[in-house]
Design a protein around this ligand. Structure first.
Ligand code: URA
Length: 214
């Protein structure tokens, strides 16, 4: 039977540079997940959050998006505050954290060197995002964290990039009823420089919550 390349695969080696880097990382940090990181959350989410890629000592170590590094602290706090989870902190796969109505994934599933995936890798990994987006219902919101994930989502939905420019706080209503909401990424850099403050991020979630009516 031929392999379905669009279904998430823990043994994916489609990107040579990333697969080499993961191999090196597995040798250096033997306790780390150091594989493609699967999405986390409910199967049929009303809110799909799309980040960039696993961080070395975060998702790459723990195997759960945004878990174990700075970017995840503010994200999981926000999710709890707005009723999307049962606890405010994500620490590891066995911590009992459950998301409600929500799922989190990344535009690129593997750890990239220096946190920077290259264009080819973002494009190759897009096949997984295409599948993940297919499971969303018509009223769902896709929250894109940062410009790269926004562009990856536009590509995965086969929309025209110039029709949907990234803009923090903007809700792009799509013809099929779904919404793409943009936010600056909740990275350490963006929060330290106050490009994204907690208040700004909170406003994004208030808007999402009122739109979803949950
Ligand atoms: N961790 C993730 O899983 N994704 C990001 O975009 C950043 C940190």
């Amino acid at each position: 039977m031929s392999e379905n390349l669009a279904v998430f695969n823990l043994n994916c080696t489609a990107c040579p540079r990333l697969s080499r880097f993961l191999k090196e990382t597995r040798q250096k940090y033997t306790a780390y997940h150091a594989r493609p990181v699967p999405a986390f959350g409910v199967k049929k989410p009303k809110l799909l959050i799309v980040g960039l890629a696993p961080g070395m000592h975060g998702a790459n170590a723990t195997g759960r998006p945004f878990t174990g590094d700075h970017a995840g602290i503010i994200l999981y706090e926000m999710l709890y505050k707005h009723g999307f989870s049962n606890k405010p902190v994500s620490t590891n796969l066995d911590d009992g954290l459950k998301l409600k109505h929500c799922r989190i994934t990344n535009a690129v599933k593997c750890l990239p060197p220096e946190n920077k995936p290259i264009g080819d890798e973002i494009n190759t990994c897009n096949r997984y995002l295409v599948e993940e987006l297919k499971t969303l219902d018509k009223k769902a919101i896709i929250l894109c964290l940062g410009q790269i994930s926004h562009k990856a989502v536009i590509k995965a939905l086969a929309l025209k990039q110039t029709d949907y420019p990234f803009q923090h706080g903007k809700a792009h209503i799509l013809a099929d009823g779904r919404t793409i909401t943009d936010s600056y990424h909740c990275s350490r850099y963006n929060t330290n420089t106050r490009r994204l403050t907690e208040a700004m991020f909170n406003t994004v979630f208030v808007q999402i919550k009122s739109q979803l009516k949950i």
